[in-house]
Design a protein around this ligand. Structure first.
Ligand code: NOJ
Ligand code: NOJ
Length: 598
């Protein structure tokens, strides 16, 4: 607010009678607060500007150094392979993870398609990433081959061979994250009339990832931190996004039948996504297993990576400015306030160092650069949307979040011309910058970013030069500049009216079936959880107790289920004989079926 307006309010308040004067005085206080926030903001803004200027080229170079074959720290990685970190001992991160690589190239594709980095080397790098991922998809690993679940394998050697040691596998976020990066590139190429590369190179890779996702989304798997096997919000959100944008691309390419399969599963995922929201505590329970609180950067990363500026503050896809995601952000950040000694003594609403989740003990359990950057990024994303909408909403759900910035704020809609809007957005910008200032404070003079920084000393710890840390700081910087990624179809979505998100039970299907080498047993049936009688998307059972094949699935309670087993061998599908099998699920608990192939 400028001087003249302030003076105006002052003069008015002298003229008018008491009640009005009181209102005006409140306004005046608000403006003074806003002014203070922006004055205070100026110095921190400069600090952040300077940090961004210095760190941007370092982070970009840090990424390129870790990509084969020419990256200076890429350990002989094949062309287009992203090394997670050049640290080869304590911890050894000289591997390539599908998750890290896809998120890193999500940034590089954005930079290329936005015209921020249009160098031929950048295009060459992206194309070599595409070629490398196409090869990696064909590697058989302990998770299987590309047609039997192998795409869920989380990491490979940098020479594109399988890693066969024990690990938290499968991890089902890799394929949808890779699909998202490729689809963004494909859409841009189609707009620039290069459809042959899309059809010949990109689409086959995308289709494998989407088919995998459509088939396995309802299976449990390891979370992005590779520790617990359950359902994970980040994974579900990534799967939903990939299938949603995948169905749009499939339609563009004339693959109508596939498009509707992807869309159908995206609807099922959108239903499932809602179940992670914990309304009484106001946060997203990021993992359904592991005995943790579920307060986890998992949810913040999901919000920023599924940001669609066209979707406004939509709560069902947990957009960064949605009341759910903002309430969640506060709960997440506060979980670290009294946990890490480097945060002690900060004021109750100051930005602090944040980590993966409060119960974390990996390397001693420290804050991470990429999670602290994610907190900043979510806030910048929210500011971008409100600026476009010209207003912000305070709801019952987000009230506590907003009260951090304006203790007197009430539920309501605040247009950008209001003081409330100005005060809140100015202090939120400051809050967001605060997270970057924390990162700056704990970044060594050479600008290098490790995986973690010490909870007591703030010194870098665990893997050095983590590629994902560099990508995460650059996406946060971009959001601060107001840059957004291409929309993916989140706008106007609605949770399907029939969701089956009511009570669920765990059902173990087990069937005695002798098979020949290379033959597998599958299951499908009359409900979404069994992929609606689709032989193509039938669920594969595991043969851990051969000749008994089994699978455990979440199924709606009190529901009549009809199902059948199938065999697949060399591309040929054989169904069990009629009639369909059937049973009714109980109201709670679990249920075990003990069948014999017929
Ligand atoms: C390595 C994983 O990458 C990391 O996320 C995990 O915390 C540790 N193993 C400990 O299980
Ligand atoms: C451990 C992290 O928990 C995991 O998310 C990541 O993929 C690997 N490190 C490699 O950076």
């Amino acid at each position: 607010m400028d001087q003249k307006a302030l003076v105006g309010i002052l003069v008015d308040s002298v003229d008018c009678f008491r009640e009005l004067a009181r209102v005006k005085l409140r306004l005046l206080l608000l403006s003074a607060l806003g002014l203070l926030a922006s004055v205070f903001g100026i110095s921190s803004t400069r600090i952040v500007d300077k940090f961004i200027e210095l760190e941007t080229p370092i982070a970009k170079a840090g990424i390129l150094a870790n990509i084969g074959p020419d990256g200076l720290k890429s350990w002989g990685a094949k062309a287009g392979v992203v090394v997670a970190s050049p640290s080869n001992v304590f911890p050894n991160y000289v591997y390539t993870w599908t998750r890290d690589s896809s998120l890193v190239f999500k940034l590089l594709v954005d930079q290329y398609t936005h015209g921020e980095d249009t160098s031929t080397s950048s295009r060459t790098l992206i194309d070599s990433f595409v070629a490398s991922q196409a090869r990696i998809q064909h590697i058989s690993s302990p998770s299987g081959s590309r047609l039997t679940g192998g795409l869920g394998e989380p990491k490979f050697h940098v020479d594109e061979t399988a890693f066969t040691g024990s690990w938290g596998r499968p991890q089902r976020d890799g394929p949808p994250l890779r699909a998202t990066t490729f689809i963004t590139y494909a859409n841009w190429l189609l707009e620039h009339s290069n459809s042959s590369y899309v059809v010949n190179m990109l689409w086959p890779v995308i289709k494998l990832d989407l088919d995998y996702t459509a088939q396995y989304w309802n299976y449990t798997g390891f979370d992005l931190w590779e520790e617990i096997s359950s359902s994970s919000f980040f994974t579900t959100a990534s799967q939903h996004r990939a299938l949603r944008q995948g169905s749009i691309l499939a339609r563009k390419l004339g693959q109508i039948a596939l498009a509707s399969i992807y869309e159908n599963q995206a609807d099922n995922l959108l239903c499932f996504l809602q179940t992670y929201w914990n309304p009484s505590a106001g946060y997203i329970t990021s993992n359904t297993g592991g005995g943790r609180s579920g307060k986890d950067a998992n949810s913040v990363l999901a919000s920023i990576h599924n940001f669609d500026v066209e979707a406004g503050c939509d709560p069902i896809t947990f957009q960064p400015c949605s009341d759910r995601a903002l309430s969640n952000l506060k709960v997440y950040v506060d979980a670290f306030r009294f946990l890490y000694p480097i945060n002690f003594g900060s004021t109750v609403n100051a930005a602090i160092a944040t980590g993966r989740y409060p119960e974390d003990v990996y390397f001693g359990g420290h804050p991470w650069y990429l999670t602290t950057a994610a907190a900043a990024e979510q806030l910048y994303d929210a500011l971008i949307v409100w600026d476009r909408l010209g207003a912000l909403d305070v709801t019952d759900i987000s009230l506590l979040f907003f009260r951090q910035f304006l203790p007197s704020v009430k539920v309501g809609t605040y247009p950008s011309s209001s003081n409330t809007y100005r005060v809140i957005t100015a202090s939120m910008k400051n809050f967001a910058d605060g997270f970057l200032i924390i990162i700056r404070k704990y970044t060594p003079a050479d600008g290098s970013l490790a995986e973690q920084y010490h909870r007591l000393t703030g010194n870098p710890i665990s893997a050095k030069d983590l590629t994902w840390s560099y990508a995460a700081i650059l996406t946060a910087f971009a959001a601060r500049r107001g840059v957004t990624s291409a929309s993916w179809g989140a706008k106007g979505l609605a949770v399907p009216s029939v969701c089956g998100n009511g009570p669920h039970v765990e059902v173990t299907f087990s069937v005695y079936a002798t098979t020949i080498w290379g033959e597998n047993i599958y299951l499908t049936g009359n409900v979404g959880a069994l992929n609606n009688w689709s032989p193509y998307y039938a669920l594969q059972l595991s043969a851990n107790d051969y000749p008994t094949w089994s699978i455990t699935l979440r199924m709606p309670a009190y529901t009549k289920i009809e199902y059948k087993y199938l065999r697949k061998y060399a591309g040929i599908t054989t169904w069990e004989s009629d009639p369909n099998r059937s049973f009714t699920t109980p109201g709670n608990g679990s249920w075990v079926l003990d069948d014999s192939w017929r």
